[in-house]
Write a protein that binds this ligand. Structure first.
Ligand code: ADP
Ligand code: MG
Length: 213
């Protein structure tokens, strides 16, 4: 067993077991740097190229903050595309395999909204969604964000390129101010600095330059 380096990151045994099953030998650099900061409750801007394990870098420490006894949505992850929403939700489901009562859901356009509404009604703690569909649910009052403690903007630069800036700001304004906010991006353009300044609390920058896995 070579989960030692992950153990040093203070990850709970339920997730360590999954990491072992997946055969991850060691955390990637972005994971090694980001996981302890996220666990501490810091806001972070993580910059690392595609394929460097950013999903696990935010998913692992955030999943551990979920209160399984509470049914409301506690973690919201925004992604630019439906494919990415599905992919991130799948990864979260994989990591929370041994966490009883942890429920996650992907919500995105192109899928009948009724199905998502039904799933949301059953109580999910982690939602991964595209900005447009998330706003749709907010307007229908089928998604309440007043118990959000962690919010992630995944592939933030791509979301801005796709014109989601206003949507993102609207969603941020629907969540409690004392939430933890994380941003992950391959590049950090001006608009990202602007969002960080306006919506994050002393964000720490975690920048990693390295090869793909
Ligand atoms: P990014 O979001 O940075 O583009 P992903 O989070 O999608 O990258 O990760 C890319 C791939 O690497 C995924 O298949 C993921 O399961 C795998 N991966 C993540 N972390 C590790 C690790 N520590 N060891 C081995 N593989 C990993
Ligand atoms: Mg990613």
């Amino acid at each position: 067993m070579k989960t030692n380096e992950f153990e040093q990151l203070n990850i709970g045994k339920e997730i360590l077991k999954v990491i072992e099953e997946l055969g991850f030998e060691a955390p990637t650099p972005i994971q090694a740097q980001a996981i302890p900061l996220v666990a501490e409750g810091k806001d972070i801007i993580g910059q690392a190229q595609t394929g460097t394990g950013k999903t696990a870098a935010f998913s692992i420490p955030l999943i551990e903050k979920v209160d399984m006894g509470q049914k409301g949505v506690q973690i919201l992850i925004l992604t630019p595309t439906r494919e990415l929403a599905i992919q991130v939700a799948d990864e979260i489901r994989r990591f929370s395999k041994y966490l009883k009562g942890m429920r996650s859901l992907a919500i995105y356009g192109g899928q009948p909204i009724e199905r998502q509404i039904k799933a949301l009604k059953q109580g999910v703690q982690v939602v991964v969604g595209t900005p447009g569909r998330v706003i749709d649910h907010i307007k229908r009052k089928t998604l309440r964000l007043d118990h959000i403690k962690g919010l992630v903007l995944d592939e933030a630069d791509q979301m801005l390129d796709m014109g989601f800036l206003e949507d993102i700001e609207m969603i941020l304004n629907e969540t409690p101010e004392d939430r933890q906010t994380l941003m992950f991006s391959a590049t950090i353009p001006k608009e990202i600095e602007m969002i960080a300044k306006k919506h994050m609390k002393k964000p720490e920058k975690v920048k990693v330059v390295h090869k793909e896995l």
